[in-house]
Ligand binder design. Sequence first.
Ligand code: FE
Length: 212
Amino acid sequence: MNEKTMQKVTYGLYVLTTKEGEKINGCIINTMTQHTTTPNIISITVNKQNYTEELIKKSGEFNVSIIDETAKFDLFKRFGFQSGRDVDKFADFDESEYKILENNIPIILKGVNSYVSAEVIESMDMGTHTLFIAKVTDMDIINDNNSASYAYYHANIKPKKEEVKSKGKVWVCKICGYVYDDEKEAVPFEELPDDWVCPLCKHPKSDFELQE
Ligand code: FE
């Protein structure tokens, strides 16, 4: 079985936002699919570690902002590489960068080309993730920029790999480009515990590769 096969599947990138009580939060997902047009039914899959997943379970409502090719890495850092349990992702977010819709949930305005609002009609426990099936209640196009694919993010938005000169081994996170330089760290990368995660994007140790 070739483990890299799933990399041939194309994915888009989205900022998923919701509101529960006074709590507004959002995260990055790469799984939104339209299943039927009439009625307009979509699904999203959200990691249970994301605070947004917990909020959607309670609120039953969300917006999806469709990320386009003009998006900056900062958007991914804000919504993807920190948790709404620790920080308010909208607290220092410039007001020109988002807008609150009629459902009281924000959408992102910069680096996205459109949005969809939806109400959950069913959810399914997928183990690590929850699958939400939802009915679209509103949607609109913001501009004609090309939607960003996950492959486009890796090739063009994520910071380029910089050659790090070190006497030790250098490990680079494939997701966000974070560098772990054995020479500068107290613990060599290979001796870190299996549940260690990237300090920036929180992806697992297995997403790091050795700089050749
Ligand atoms: Fe990372």
